[in-house]
Design a protein around this ligand. Structure first.
Ligand code: ATP
Length: 262
């Protein structure tokens, strides 16, 4: 499904996402402090943090809903502050709250989004068939979203986020409210996108069981600061913990640091 451009991008050493020394506050309330990490192409990176860690705030900065007053964010090397068009063109997002129009059909929701990205009608139809097929949703294309269950709505949102062929897919706690088999299926699907399509996924969660210890990277965020980043085995080794759950407990057990969110 990749464009030539994506293949070139994937072949380079430039990370799909690079966050460098980013800080952000809501007024006096510091939500992120000196955050820095990367999300490489072809990897599933879990942004792991408890409630209030700053995950949604970070996503708001990466999507430019908020502006970072300091530091730098780049998507495939395109600086979000100085080259936002090129950066955002390579970004797909599944927000925490569903954002589909319930009274439009699945296909109408996708076509509308494709049009916003300047994708012509026939190309949009081709891509929506491809993405919906991949998610076993093609036969539901004509149905109103209102008639779909939560898991199927999430699948449509993932299909929509992939229509413009992003290199980086952000998912903000996408399994909230879904039952276990549906969660598992979504997680497996995003892993296959990373593995087979070279997409970089940044998956925000506070659920350890959503992380594959053998394959995933983790970025542990706690009270607005990065506590560790790397392959699961590396993070466990550095913290001296026998499991990722135990490492996460240790990394998030400490009191807030100076200047971080309470
Ligand atoms: P959750 O898992 O609960 O969604 P999160 O990791 O996404 O949490 P954020 O929602 O980014 O965390 O919140 C980070 C900090 O910023 C918290 O202390 C939160 O109370 C604060 N915060 C978030 N949004 C606002 C806002 N609009 N105004 C003031 N403070 C905010």
């Amino acid at each position: 499904m990749q464009t030539n451009n994506t293949q070139q991008d994937h072949g380079s050493a430039i990370p799909a996402l690079s966050v460098e020394s980013v800080s952000f506050g809501y007024g006096e309330r510091q939500a992120l402090s000196d955050v820095r990490f990367t999300a490489p192409a072809g990897r599933f990176t879990a942004l792991l943090g408890p409630n209030g860690a700053g995950k949604t705030t970070l996503f708001a900065l990466i999507t430019r809903l908020h502006r970072a007053p300091s530091g730098r964010i780049a998507i495939l090397g395109h600086d979000l502050a100085t080259d936002p068009g090129a950066a955002l063109a390579r970004l797909g997002i599944v927000f925490q709250q569903p954002t589909l129009d319930l009274d439009l059909s699945v296909a109408q929701n996708l076509r509308y989004f494709a049009a916003l990205h300047g994708i012509g009608r026939s190309e949009a139809n081709r891509r929506l068939e491809e993405e919906l097929s991949r998610l076993d949703m093609l036969e539901r294309a004509g149905e109103k979203v209102r008639k779909l269950n939560g898991g199927h709505r999430r699948r449509v949102e993932i299909a929509r986020a992939l229509l413009h062929r992003p290199a980086l897919l952000l998912l903000d706690e996408p399994t909230v409210g879904l039952d276990l088999p549906t969660r598992r299926r979504l997680i497996d699907h995003v892993h296959s996108l990373c593995r087979d399509e070279g997409i970089a996924a940044l998956w925000a969660t506070h659920l350890i069981d959503e992380i594959d210890p053998a394959a995933d990277r983790v970025v542990v965020l706690h009270r607005g600061r990065i506590r560790d980043e790397g392959d699961v085995a590396e993070v466990m080794k550095r913290s001296g913990a026998p499991s990722l759950a135990n490492a996460f407990d240790r990394l998030t057990a400490e009191a807030p640091r100076e200047g971080a969110a309470a």
